[in-house]
Design a protein around this ligand. Sequence first.
Ligand code: ZN
Length: 527
Amino acid sequence: MIEIYDTTLRDGTQGEGVTFSVTDKLRVAERLDAFGVHYIEGGWPGSNPRDIEFFAQAKGRTFRHARLAAFGSTRRKDTPVDADDQVRLLLDASTPVVTIFGKTWMLHVLEVLQTTPEENLAMIADTVRYLKAHGKHVVYDAEHAFDGTKDNREYALATWKAAEAAGADCVTLCDTNGGSLPSEIAEIMGYARRHLTVRLGIHTHDDTGLGVANALAGVEAGATHVQGTINGYGERTGNCNITSVMPLLQFKLKLPNVPAASFPQLKELSQFVDETANIRPNPRLPWVGSGAFSHKGGAHVNAVQKVIRSYEHIDPALIGNTRHVLISDLAGRSNIVMKARELGFDISNDTPQLRDMLARIKALEHQGYEFESADGSLALLIRRSLTETFTPFVVEAYHVSVRRDGRDSNCEAVVKVRVGDDSEHRVAEGDGPVNALDAALRSALVRYYEQLDDVKLTDYKVRIIDSRTGTAARTRVIIQSSDGTAEWGTVGVDDNIVEASLQALVDSLEYALVRSGVTMPAQEVRR
Ligand SMILES: [Zn+2]
């Protein structure tokens, strides 16, 4: 079995824009444990008080699968290990596992540490032996293992042997600078495998886009322990992305790692960590990205419709992802049919309304509409072409004003809506014109449709789509909404940003009503 060692909470937090509070760290650790990783590196107690606090709070928790690791370095040069504060903090963290890094590369020994090759070996051996004597499972991270070996093979091996002889449970070769090639990783890992009996690990970085490939090369050459981060968080371009490594091991190399039953939760885990770190999910992320199984080209979609595996390397459900059909200028009939089915409509390539639907979508796209992230608006369009439907409400008039008084600015919206034979007139204030409009519209509608109370706007994006006309450019607004269980996007386009926003808002609320199954004519709704 390949051990998965997660360092999202330590190496991952070195990434730009990644910060976790102590509570965030505990929540992420819980999720990683539930998913079934073998080790969770919680932080470096010697580097900051937040990590000390994390370990203090983690003491009271029980983890089912994972063992918690504290990270630190070997003792300082010319200092007895039991007098080294940083090593003492590692013991104070009270984790079952301690991971320490030490130097492999002579350049670092001589010029960065400014010590002798012999003292470096003693620093490694003393620290490992001391931690073992305190009952710890010890992972030794050999920093610059590959660059160091390229420089001096004998000395590199001597440092790893020092850790092995002192009782380390795992020696992890680190491509700290991220510049090695898979062939170099394989050669050097093989060299270590021939001369050591201890478990070998691999820790790579993604500086040249090879983080995951290098980790796999390490595994194929004998490593049985892989270190990395969820979604590849980490310094510079990031660490080895274990969100890719785990399914690669499982489905491509057929090497068991985390429990097989966990894989359908992989996408959810990836999203959870992004949400906790407040990072926008990357749609191009392999395996778990929202675009990983999206089909856009008409020919692809046509083929996928006939034989699913013709353009997919794996069934997306295995890792909790879903197939998406993107609607675009390239849209053919098959795209629309698949998209309509994805949205729950019963439709085939022979449905007569299909031709009109396609023409309408293309005409709207020509005006600047975009349906790829506006599935709510698309569903409404398909629904209107397929069936006679009632309109739950109509905005008859609106007025928005923005006023600035000293340092305070105020927005007010007045909306008149018709629901069946009724008419409602509401005023609301908001942080901005769209916010005020949304508030007024909702307060007018919620007495007819209580379920709109649960609908929230989660994102609002504005794009200028034709800059040639300067200020008269058309504006496309995309709104994402959620009712707590589902998310949908809606789109509006107009010369006027407020009008475009209103279109997207109206679609958002109408789609929420369609989703909730409102079918009776609105005029029958009694007060
Ligand atoms: Zn690292």
